[in-house]
Design a protein around this ligand. Structure first.
Ligand code: M6R
Length: 612
């Protein structure tokens, strides 16, 4: 969703802000803009389209200035257009503002302002908020900071805003509630952004701004205050992220790079935690809360999209190993339906970005009802990580491609270790099974490497089926959520309509879709459901459907029935999803590429969904 970048310091702001906006492109956007202040005043440039379109629009224009704010917009109020792009300018021309989030009560405020004669040149809620601030500043004859504080107390919704005043070329005022904001601390300079990727080469020292905080940022000063005007002590965190992590490193797309990174990201996730030689799994967040986790009456996994699929797989694993009832909830539904939360319930929040608005709000309400929140998050220091009582990072590194790949396998690795630890503490797993599953997990990085060593077969399959208008993905047991994930990946990257189903459900409706034109992808690795899924494949073949199978190396039965097969190494069925998901990631990647689509930034999608 919207990306925000700001700079204040001795360097020229324009190149830093533009480069930063390009780094945030992965979040998804439809227009971009920048405001700069220099000795001759404030210059605002904005353009529908890409950041490169914005750059073109500024050719030959005055782009000087040591203070600048820039924005990539993902449309919510008002279509993508030059006039709706941010930054917006206040009616008196003095203020410029960018905003990520949604102001829910903007309509009544707009009416109030219109009655006073304010004019609006866009359809956005942002322009309403900005003029509201200007109005308060004028009427109260107060500072911009004070006006902002008053305005924020009146508005309902989510925001991360950066605000500048053309009469003050040494201050950026920022505020957040519900949308991320991180401030990079340099020497005599500050960087502001939605995440740290825009400024990673300049500083690794950052402050994550909390909800309801206002930051007054000058070149050599950072003041944090709450909405009650009380100073807060900025908590400085040292980032463990290198520039290479946010660059393509020779790959054509981030998605391909991230798929290929999985042997090392899964290894990094297990490293220092999964100590097979001593039979120990060390995870501080679990160790410190093992009583709560092992004695949970119920576990509720709360997530969206791919992270929700990881939760579904974990449901099977936790119930099998820990004998604790598990429910898996779409965060967006969970938050609105007044769920029953009892003492002893544990909520496991799963999120790559740690900023997904629905998940965040669902957790806030569960927390208020007394639930214990455990976060399985990839983005270090993100909002979900910070509001959780405890958690475990997936350590997959920045995921830039909109399609989640390495974060998903990281989530599975963490959730498997977690289930093993809880099962051990509860005594619901035998020592042999425990050690065996540890070894199985330990072997995953090498097995993923084997799958990735030669992807030409998967590429050829992708090219063969790329023009199919629809596809069905089927699996059973642990592989059912993998089928859902395969369908989601294909939908988002190649725009092919795809449905995922439990293979046995097919006979209750979806089988009516099967013709000789329909590719049916079976996730059919050797597990306890194998014989059943063989029958399901036969049912599709009997109706002339085209079968693409994910099968175990050495299996001859499934490949003899399937039109095309993608192989994965053998693994215990609990661990198998970490492998069977990889060919499906590649399949959708290669279909998307064969169709000529922008696989890193599919249409309409945002990497981090920070609005409801
Ligand atoms: O950052 P999160 O894991 O909370 O994001 C949840 C979903 O938005 C995300 O998984 C989405 O479905 C991806 N585009 C899937 O590839």
């Amino acid at each position: 969703m919207c990306g925000i970048v700001g700079y204040i310091g001795p360097r020229e702001a324009y190149p830093i802000v533009i480069k930063g906006l390009k780094r945030l492109e992965y979040r998804g956007y439809d227009s971009a803009g920048i405001s700069l202040i220099n000795s001759s005043g404030m210059n605002v440039y904005k353009k529908k389209g890409k950041v490169t379109d914005l750059e073109e629009a500024t050719l030959g224009k005055d782009i000087s200035g040591h203070i600048g704010i820039g924005h990539t917009r993902w449309a919510t109020h008002g279509e993508p257009s030059d006039r709706n792009a941010h930054p917006h300018t206040s009616n008196d021309g003095s203020l410029s503002m960018i905003h990520n989030g949604i102001i829910e009560n903007y309509a009544s405020i707009k009416q109030e302002l219109s009655n006073k004669g304010y004019q609006f040149s866009s359809d956005t809620d942002t322009e309403v908020l900005l003029n509201f601030i200007q109005d308060i500043k004028q009427n109260n004859n107060c500072s911009l900071e004070e006006a902002l504080r008053i305005a924020l107390k009146r508005i309902v919704g989510a925001y991360c805003i950066l605000l500048i005043d053309k009469n003050d070329n040494n201050t950026i005022i920022a505020a957040r509630k519900g949308s991320p904001l991180v401030i990079g601390i340099g020497k005599g300079e500050h960087f502001l952004a939605s995440d740290a990727t825009p400024f990673i080469e300049y500083t690794k020292e950052v402050v994550y701004v909390n909800d309801y905080e206002i930051a007054i940022v000058r070149a050599d000063e950072l003041i944090l205050k709450n909405l009650g005007n009380e100073k807060q002590t900025p908590f400085i965190t040292k980032l463990d992220m290198e520039l290479a992590a946010v660059e393509k490193g020779g790959y054509k797309h981030f998605m391909l790079k991230e798929i290929h990174e999985q042997p090392s990201t899964i290894f990094d996730c297990l490293r220092g935690r999964l100590l097979t030689h001593s039979g120990e799994i060390r995870m501080a967040g679990i160790d410190n809360n093992i009583d709560k986790l092992a004695n949970a009456n119920r576990i509720v996994m709360v997530a969206c999209g791919t992270s929700w699929h990881a939760g579904l797989i974990a449901e099977y694993v936790f119930e099998e190993l820990c004998r604790i009832p598990v429910e898996v909830e779409y965060a967006s539904e969970f938050r609105y339906r007044n769920p029953v939360i009892n003492e002893g319930d544990v909520i496991i929040a799963i999120s790559q970005s740690g900023e997904t608005a629905d998940t965040l709000v669902a957790l806030e309400s569960a927390k208020a009802k007394g639930a214990f929140i455990f976060g399985v998050v990839n983005a270090v220091g993100s909002s979900i990580a910070r509001i959780s009582h405890a958690g475990a990072y997936t350590h997959a590194g920045p995921e830039i491609g909109v399609a989640s790949t390495k974060a998903f396998t990281g989530q599975l690795a963490v959730l498997n270790m977690m289930a093993l630890k809880i099962a051990k503490a509860k005594g619901t797993i035998t020592e042999d099974r425990y050690i065996n599953l540890m070894k199985e997990l330990e072997a995953v990085p090498e097995k993923v490497k084997e799958i990735l060593a030669d992807t030409s077969n998967i590429k050829a399959i992708a090219e063969k089926y790329k023009d199919a208008p629809d596809a069905l993905f089927l699996g059973r047991g642990y592989n059912f959520p993998v089928a859902l994930e395969g369908a989601l990946k294909l939908k988002e990257i190649s725009y092919i309509h795809a449905e995922g189903y439990p293979a046995a459900e097919m006979k209750h409706g979806p089988i009516a879709l099967v013709t000789d034109k329909l590719p049916v992808v079976f996730v059919a690795t050797k597990d306890s459901y194998y014989e059943k899924i063989v029958s399901n494949v036969q049912e599709i073949k009997a109706r002339k459907g085209m079968v693409i199978a994910v099968a175990t190396v050495g299996d001859t039965v499934i490949p003899s029935m399937a039109d095309d097969t993608m192989f994965v190494p053998d693994a215990d069925e609990l661990i198998a999803p970490l492998l069977s998901t990889i060919p499906l990631q590649l399949l959708s990647y290669y279909v998307g590429v064969a169709k000529g689509y922008n696989v890193d930034m599919p249409r309409n999608l945002a990497k981090s969904v920070t609005v409801e």
